[in-house]
Design a binder for this molecule. Structure first.
Ligand code: PBG
Length: 327
């Protein structure tokens, strides 16, 4: 008797019944770029549909996210001033610290996660302190820990270190615990690859390294074992959630990490992945909605428990229009 898997694909009702992966608004974390100034809502050219927002414009943005059912944001700050050690990253009145206070004052039920890194704040654009022409690991740890603490003191619900220094999760856990923030979670960018797909983000955040590249701290795209080692170390050091970044070219890594660890896995659907689809859609080469939903579904199917994506708002809107079975 021939086998007939097509029976379970005969119509939408049966397909919905056997669907293994369904995206929901609960899966998404939406990145926000906050800038100094007033009345700024400027579309980011490399990330169409995403904006640089000044503090006074955050209110409407957060309202919109809440009305779309998006429950979490990831904050990035773009300061006016930069210096060698990125002191704006841990300043009490730094842009992210102010944005966190501002969002928390709105009293909206939204989770505020902050990206903890120095690259937007350093004049050289690297993620740590420079010594002898390279990013020095151990003298960067204190700056990263201070940055995380200042975000949490401002009210952040969770911190997400993206610098890739060895030992930073332990340093952050230690300083948070010492300051009685024992309940604040760490989402570690554990397997963060040295990827060309961060290009549009670096334009948005003006964080392109002024010399060299990030290959001495971010991972080699060719490696898998190294990702598993990084994840293991971060968990040992106290990470509550581990992340794989980027997502699309690293679905195998997401899958292995998910199968190999007992804590939630996040995936970062990065700027280049978003920009590729936006550009192709603009040219009329792809059906944007179908392609975006397929992309995000594949990331979830691979094993991501949550997805950081610039598409969060678009997808939430499509879901409102079409219901759950958008794809
Ligand atoms: C900061 C940071 C980067 C991204 C997130 N945090 C850039 C980088 O490492 O160069 C990239 C996000 C994206 O491309 O969407 N270290």
């Amino acid at each position: 008797m021939p086998k007939r898997p097509r029976r379970l694909r005969a119509n939408q009702n049966i397909r919905s019944l056997v669907k293994e992966t369904v995206l929901t608004g609960d899966d998404f974390i939406y990145p926000l770029f906050v800038v100094e100034g007033e009345g700024v809502k400027k579309e980011i050219s490399s990330l169409p549909g995403c904006y640089h927002l000044s503090l006074d414009m955050l209110h409407d943005e957060i309202e919109e996210l809440c009305s779309l059912g998006i429950r979490a944001v990831l904050l990035f700050g773009i300061p006016d001033q930069k210096d060698k050690i990125g002191s704006g990253a841990f300043a009490e009145d730094g842009i992210v610290q102010k944005a966190v206070r501002c969002i928390k004052k709105m009293n909206k039920d939204i989770l505020v996660v902050t990206d903890v890194c120095l690259c937007e704040y350093t004049s050289h654009g690297h993620c740590g302190r420079i010594k002898n022409g390279d990013v020095d690991n151990d003298s960067t740890l204190d700056l990263i820990a201070q940055t995380a603490l200042s975000h949490v003191q401002a009210g952040a619900d969770m911190v997400a270190p993206s610098d890739m220094m060895d030992g930073r999760v332990a340093a952050i856990r230690k300083i948070l615990d010492k300051n009685k923030f024992t309940n604040t979670a760490i989402m570690a960018y554990s397997a963060k690859y040295a990827s060309a797909f961060y290009g549009p983000f670096r334009e948005a955040a003006s964080s392109t390294p002024q010399f060299g590249d990030r290959k001495t701290y971010q991972m080699d795209p060719a490696n898998k074992l190294e990702a598993l080692k990084e994840v293991e170390l971060d968990i040992e050091e106290g990470a509550d959630i581990v992340m794989v970044k980027p997502a699309l070219s690293y679905l195998d890594i997401i899958n292995e990490v998910k199968r190999g660890c007992k804590i939630p896995v996040a995936a970062y659907n990065v700027s280049g992945e978003y920009a590729m689809l936006k550009a192709a859609a603009k040219m009329g080469w792809l059906d944007e909605k179908k392609a975006a939903l397929e992309m995000l579904t594949s990331i979830k199917r691979a094993g991501a428990d949550m997805i950081i994506t610039y598409y969060a708002k678009d997808v939430a809107r499509w879901m409102k229009e079409d219901g759950m079975y958008a794809i």
